[in-house]
Design a protein around this ligand. Structure first.
Ligand code: F6P
Length: 358
């Protein structure tokens, strides 16, 4: 009889850099320390419905003599970024048993983890969560895998755009991801030296944005400006900018264009603005050193939790170290937004960056 523990691992929701690094750490620790059998479930819950599993072993950690998972973006296990239809619930729940799993490590954002936890509760799964998202909005963890890399990507983009903005004395409006949270815009905006940072959590006025840009011109003699806008920021009258794609899905996009148009309009065409929607480049690329470190620690501790039979928990980063928290508490707290009175907002304001009407 095979008594080796069989551990499943899946990635769910939007991808981000560092997912493969988590898979690598889970795999290495599970096989080297515990001699467990590890299988990847492709496409998250879809793999459970279809009873698919991919054997992961020592060879997965090597590609022609190089270590591919640490540095490769995306996810080798694939992922779906939509909720699986409700009527599949029983099928998904049964998939865990049919695949002979003794434990499941799910790498996901708050939405995916909430849904998977429901399945786990109903089906008696041994589930451990690992938070990932460039939105950094999962509760009870100060960092999610992928966020640091995305901040670096956006910061680099702001730097690059500042040169072209400078050449033409323009305002560059840069729209970034983050869904309903402004963490990515706020962090990258400060790191990339933006003149204005517009986020969903703080109302703003276009007149004040223009005032700030004019002050930069008058007092600093700098004739370009960078404005970063989170995709979830609303217009001053409280409307989100969205579009409906060919599949009928409503997606956030367009607030950058709105802000750029309004800057031209309110300034009486004195200010010329261009828009850059950074889009999915923010989810691409090799993970930063910090994300590799976080992914590795998260993967290791997730395996420890399974080994200690501490299920229904999520690994978390708090006060500079890895810990674990109750998955139920994470889900109950819902999406974590930027605190308008928090230190980052205060810092931005203190150095003269416009962050809205705090
Ligand atoms: O949650 C991560 C995220 O990148 C959001 O910032 C963004 O709104 C969304 O996913 C985009 O999703 P999709 O890849 O389905 O277009």
């Amino acid at each position: 009889m095979n008594t080796r523990k069989r551990l499943g691992i899946l990635t769910s929701g939007g991808d981000c850099p560092g997912l493969n690094a988590v898979i690598r750490a889970v795999l290495a620790h599970a096989i080297l320390t515990h001699n467990w059998e590890v299988v990847g479930i492709p496409y998250g819950s879809q793999g459970l419905v279809e009873r698919q599993s991919i054997p992961l072993d020592a060879q997965t950690l090597d590609f022609r003599g190089i270590d591919p998972l640490l540095t490769t973006g995306g996810t080798i296990l694939k992922s779906i970024n939509k909720e699986y239809p409700g009527e599949k619930e029983d099928d998904i729940i049964a998939g865990y048993r049919d695949l002979g799993l003794d434990g499941l490590i799910a790498i996901g954002g708050d939405g995916s983890l909430a849904i998977l936890r429901q399945y786990a509760q109903k089906g008696g799964w041994n589930l451990v969560g690992v938070p990932k998202t460039i939105d950094n909005d999962v509760a009870l963890t100060e960092r999610s895998v992928g966020f640091d890399t995305a901040v670096n990507t956006v910061t680099e983009a702001l730097e690059k755009l500042s040169f072209t903005a400078s050449s033409h004395d323009r305002v560059m409006v840069v729209e970034v991801m983050g869904r309903t949270a402004g963490h990515l815009a706020l962090h990258a905006g400060i790191a990339g030296g933006a003149d204005a940072i517009l986020i969903p959590e703080i109302p703003y006025s276009i007149e004040k944005v223009c005032e700030k840009i004019n002050r930069v011109r008058e007092f600093l003699g700098r004739h370009y400006a960078i404005v970063i806008v989170a995709e979830g920021a609303q217009t001053p009258v409280g409307e989100s900018r969205t579009y409906t794609d060919a599949l009928g899905e409503v997606r956030l996009r367009g607030i950058g264009e709105y802000v750029a148009d309004q800057i031209c309009h309110v300034s009486g065409k004195e200010l010329e603005a261009r828009v850059m929607v950074l889009g999915h480049i923010q989810r691409g690329g090799a993970p930063s050193a910090f994300d590799r470190l976080l992914a590795t620690e998260f993967g290791k501790v997730a395996v420890d939790l399974v080994a200690q039979q501490q299920h229904d928990r999520m690994v978390a980063w708090q006060c500079g170290k890895v810990t674990s928290v109750s998955l139920g508490d994470v889900i109950a707290k819902k999406t974590v937004l930027v605190n308008p009175n928090g230190s980052l907002v205060q810092t931005a304001m203190a150095i003269g960056t416009y962050v809205g009407e705090v």
